[in-house]
Design a protein around this ligand. Sequence first.
Ligand SMILES: [Cu+2]
Length: 139
Amino acid sequence: MRLALALALAALAFATPALAGSGTCIPSCEVPSHLTLGFIPIVTVVERGSTVTWTAMDMGHTATSYADLAVCFDTHYTRSSPGQAWFTISDGKLFAISEWRDGALTECGNALALPDGSFSVDYTCVYHPSTMNGTLLIR
Ligand SMILES: [Cu+2]
């Protein structure tokens, strides 16, 4: 019995860092970021209708879905000025509002549609694409 409990606690100890590594935006959340640490967390769960706010722990960055060639959001931010993007799902499509296209509602054409109706969008920092990469999971 004690062994089973120890194993369960050990499993929980391994599971906890994974849970701590993902945040959820309801109705908003903050994603701190850093040149070498990247976006924290790497995967952010976004409830539709929520706002994601990126903050810088060091210098200026730009969070953008540019890497997928169909930009749906783009926001530049610095240590003193956070960046934001808002996401929603309508008619089975993902949309964002950000600095991109001066705040116009923009369809995320290359977002990956998942079987449960949610979407996955990879993003990067245009200045630091080798160290700063993240994923938004909008549901
Ligand atoms: Cu950067």
